[in-house]
Design a protein around this ligand. Sequence first.
Ligand code: F3S
Length: 649
Amino acid sequence: MGQTLTEKILEDHLVEGDLETGEEIGIEIDQVLTQDTTGTLVWLQFEALGLDEVQTELAAQYCDHQTYQFDFKNTDDHRFLRSAAGTYGAHFSRPGNGICHNVHKENFAAPGKTMLGSDSHTPTPGGLGELAIGSGGLDVTVAMGGGAYYIEMPEVVNVRLEGELPEWATAKDVILEMLRRLSVKGGVGKIFEYTGPGVESLSVPERTTITNMGTELGATSSIFPTDENTKDYLERLGRGDEYVEIGPDEDADYADQITIDLGDLEPLIAKPSMPDNVVPVREVEGTEVDQVMIGSCTNGAYEDILPAAKMLEGRETNKTTEMIVAPGSKQASEMLAKEGWVSEMMAAGVNFSEATCGACIGIGHVPASDSVSLRTFNRNFEGRSGIEDDNVYLCSPEVATAAAIKGEIIDPRDLADELGDLEDPGFEMPEKYTGSKADLIAPDEAPDDELIKGPNIGDVPLKDEMGSDLQGPNLLKMEDNITTDHIIPATSDILKFRSNIPKLSEFTLSRVDDQFADRAKQSDGGFLVAGENYGQGSSREHAALCPMYLGVEGVLAQSFARIHKANLFNFGLIPLTIDEETYEKIDQGDDIEIVDDVAEAVRSGKEEFTVRVNDNWEATAHLDASDRERQILADGGKLSHTKKQAEGG
Ligand code: F3S
């Protein structure tokens, strides 16, 4: 039986495990990407690793999420990130240069490579045959330190494309159709591999619109094979020498197959407030539109904005509809400006934004209360635009522009009939991509060779190897269902300290007991005790990192939420399961001792541990961990483990 393209790339990079669905595999990572909100911690952790330079073929640091500089904190973060990129050998993209996925696609993404990125739309370059996966920041740090990335082997699902897109249907409609059929949960644990005769009718930028929004399906990644179109795209970028032909075997064995006939597609739109709430545009025609936005990492490229510019040539936007274009990269802005399209659009009533995520995460261009906004973005979750009662629709640039002209939602085919002189602008790439590289600083031209830390940037603690004795007081007794929000609240007044672990730690578990952080700091180690489902909620790494910073050695709970338990291993805190009777019997302040040579027991696979409380009674606690997790835990967490491995330990 032949191999899928995913299997071929994974096999080329495999360092551990077998390519069996559901089995854990370790893969080598070629490229990493990080952005400003996740990047500061990534680099602070990298500093803690003690390495001189990044070990991957390529690392790139972008500033795209918090580009506006309201006070010193974002600006300090940008300066720190530039200095980290320079110090350790990563490319640095300055704030305003564009969204990470767009700039990465233009400059670095290459067929056959693996990439890990601390941003959920990392799979975007799958459109040119790169296998790219989004992950937590610590995984990116470890990959930069030369460590493998571990993942459960996903199912590989074939999406077979047939036919060609009819007039006014676009790549956005392909992925909206996928969302309509499969829902936002339809891709969990899967990689979508696009094949079939329809593939060759799509250019690379159209393919990356599809792979970008595979994230909304919950997919691990999405990927296209390479062909003449990929080669042509790379040549226009001046990177033709990076082309390699890759694709699945003809008899590749897929877990499932979905067929889409491109010829059957029509303009689609996702209604508020879920990306899978998809209907034909004609079903919602006539809805008044207050705001139209073209941009984001999904549809912010030169090729996405050009159709809007052509549709607006010689026309004006409706007087009650505001239209904003936020290019995905400065290169796109620069090229559109050079060709006169920026002034053409401005004359039509369009406002231009700098190239940033901005409005996609509610920063700037917040819609009016209870109004309708049509956006070419990938997410329309309630409140994401910056206002709770928003009504955000997701659609192609053509559908968005038609609405800006008409002032209400209209299928562009119907607008063309109505106006008589409106033609489908089609999809066009430039002869050559010509934007300057002034805002992309290569490692060999970096102005910094040491870290610059402003007052809001702290150090990241590194935990020592686990010792033979583990004992200390029960620092806090908690109930069932403690969430990561209880452990580290996600409100912006607290999360603004995301790069300052000593400061952020002061808020640890403050929603449960506001004296906790002080008590933990004064104690020389100690434990947390909780009921069922400890650590449910988000994957926030700070919820393990901050207790570790405060000296917590482990958590005794009746059960743990899956992702938080993985984070406890990653930060060197032992997660022990106890029964209800033990939970009931332990009080806050009790002395807890794990009776064993703990490090030795953890490493050797011991599952049952004796816990002695107040030196007068004992109970049994369980450690459920894979061999890899045990080594990470005993080494003091993933950072220390990686450091040890890098040093040959
Ligand atoms: Fe940025 Fe929105 Fe994409 S936040 S990375 S433009 S999903």
